[in-house]
Design a protein around this ligand. Structure first.
Ligand code: PLP
Length: 410
């Protein structure tokens, strides 16, 4: 087996074999890679009392959630449906952090009844919460530290004009509400956005959070959110997690000493844990030359992986059907009837109809953002564990597109 051949396997199983067995388009996740990432994060924060709250929205298949549970993580849920999924997957309510934005108070009440940790991100909800529960239900407050971070405007959520969190500039107001309702605030939270590269951004966020925390008595944890950067392009630098772990842990321990209590430090990584573990396998329908480009049209598109069109995200693509031979420059496009570029001007081993391409780094915000646009069916999902591929979601059928539609007698 040569190196090239090795590249196109997961836990020893050739990707082409997985594609032949289960068909395409197909999401494939390497369970071992996910476990390795959890272990790496634990190693990076071994000197503090770390709690990982996996961001469910990145990849929400219940088997991925079960794998996280087995690896010892908790979860962060951003909708009541995600809370229900996490409960279904076996998480205890106390392991679930509920971090909603712009939801009704009724949904927050539902989450309280389910017994999960509530993270409140605006002052009116904090007041409702106080009116209903006083100090009888512990609560976490989401602050917005106004740190500019995140690779794309759509995923940068900590800036001054962001809808997320309660502005750190409103801290005095928050404290008045907390005092007036005698709220039992046990956690403070910041999540500044995706694609945070280095320790300095985290440390900046940490300092702001520490300053705020000094104003609260009885805190049990500080939650730094998610957003560790993952390398997508060749030459991309990923977050040096061991470096971030070292520096943030040192600052955190120093703060705990001064605060007079051993707080837990929480992180809510999504991308970091699951992005690199996932591939989207697609099949080539057509190779079409135009005056400017050679297009490779595949049996998938922005309905299955929206990141390239939505965030200008770069995903590496390889032709797993061709191990040897010459390379050519291609633009890989989907079958959706609008501009649907998956990857532009890439060198791939010469592509022919029927070849299978692997779109890399598709574990996070891939399937979970998929849709039935163009009335297309969503792909199946495979989890590879202990050298075995397991089907964890069936490929949709035409009946699924009709499901919930009501056939009027017109
Ligand atoms: C999306 C989100 C995360 C995860 O972000 P990643 O960039 O995937 O790590 C964590 N916390 C909250 C509140 C989020 O909304």
């Amino acid at each position: 087996m040569n190196f090239e051949d090795q590249k196109y396997r997961i836990q020893g199983i050739p990707l082409t074999e997985i594609a032949n067995t289960f068909g395409t388009p197909l999401y494939v996740y390497d369970g071992q890679k996910i476990l390795d990432k959890v272990a790496l994060l634990k190693q990076a924060f071994s000197k503090v009392n770390l709690k990982i709250k996996y961001a469910t929205k990145a990849l929400s298949n219940i088997n991925i959630l079960k794998l996280m549970k087995k690896a010892g993580t908790g979860v962060d849920a951003v909708s009541i449906e995600e809370v229900k999924l996490c409960l279904h997957a076996g998480f205890e309510p106390h392991e679930i952090m509920y971090t909603p934005n712009s939801v009704s108070f009724a949904e927050i009440q539902l989450a309280v009844e389910m017994g999960v940790m509530i993270n409140i991100d605006n002052i009116p909800m904090l007041e409702h919460f106080g009116t209903f529960y006083g100090n009888s239900v512990p609560v976490c407050i989401r602050l917005n530290p106004h740190i500019l971070a995140g690779g794309n405007a759509k995923i940068s959520v900590g800036h001054i004009d962001s809808k997320f969190g309660i502005s750190i500039l409103q801290l005095k107001h928050v404290l008045k509400v907390v005092q007036a309702y005698d709220l039992n605030v046990i956690g403070l939270h910041v999540h500044t956005g995706s694609d945070i590269l280095d320790a300095t951004v985290f440390l900046k966020g940490a300092e702001i959070l520490f300053d705020a925390a000094r104003e609260f008595k009885g805190l049990k944890f500080l939650d730094f959110g998610g957003g560790f950067k993952v390398a997508y392009k060749p030459g991309d630098v990923a977050t040096d997690i061991l470096d971030v772990g070292d520096k943030v842990s040192e600052a955190f321990n120093k703060f705990c000493k001064e605060y007079g209590s051993e707080l837990e430090i929480w992180f809510e990584p999504g991308k970091f844990l699951v992005s690199e573990a996932g591939l989207l396998l697609v099949q080539v329908n057509v190779v079409k030359s135009t005056p400017a480009s050679t297009f490779v049209g595949v049996n998938s598109g922005l309905n299955h992986l929206i990141r390239p069109m939505m965030y200008d995200a770069y995903h590496d693509v390889v032709n797993i059907s061709k191990v040897d031979g010459p390379e050519r420059v291609y633009t890989i496009v989907g079958y959706i009837c609008e501009t649907d570029t998956i990857a532009a001007d890439r060198k791939l081993k010469e592509v022919q109809e029927g070849d299978i391409l692997a779109i890399k780094n598709a574990g996070a915000y891939g399937f979970s953002m998929s849709s039935n646009y163009n009335s297309r069916l969503r792909p199946a999902e495979i989890l590879v564990l202990n050298g075995q591929p397991h089907l964890i979601r069936e490929r949709e059928e035409f009946e699924d597109v009709l499901r919930h539609q009501i056939d009027l007698d017109l």
